[in-house]
Design a protein. Structure first.
Length: 129
């Protein structure tokens, strides 16, 4: 597996982080009208750096151990401080969340396209094309 990890680089971890971030941002958007809801997000750069250095997940040392999630697990989510807080305590700013969701979705698609290209190259190499 180390060969594949080296071949794909950090992009597999980035894809997982982007997916987790999309989930959090979608949750924020879905709860835009929920009183008291606190908007959450992850610090993508910090989480990716942590994942690169091996600090993203706990090590499972025996078959009967339960893994604690990979990079960007919801325990790493941070609460966002709003530019203008609402009276009901909700910190979701819908336009901000939608913008961040759109940006992250584009970055997710870009990372996915890169990985698909690497997989296609590897597949052609295995077929001898």
């Amino acid at each position: 597996m180390d060969v594949l990890d080296n071949y794909f680089g950090v992009h597999a971890q980035a894809l997982e982080l982007r997916s987790k971030r999309l989930e959090l941002l979608a949750s924020n958007i879905a709860n835009a009208a929920t009183p008291g809801y606190k908007a959450r997000d992850i610090d993508f750069a910090a989480q990716l750096k942590s994942a690169e250095s091996g600090g993203g997940a706990l090590t499972v040392t025996a078959g009967n151990h339960i893994g604690m999630g990979g990079p960007g697990a919801t325990g790493n989510a941070l609460y966002r401080i709003p530019n203008q807080a609402s009276l009901d305590g909700n910190t979701v700013e819908l336009s901000t969340e939608q913008t961040r969701f759109g940006e992250n979705a584009v970055q997710y698609q870009t990372t996915l396209a890169f990985l698909n290209g690497r997989i296609n190259t590897l597949s052609r190499a295995l077929k001898g094309e």
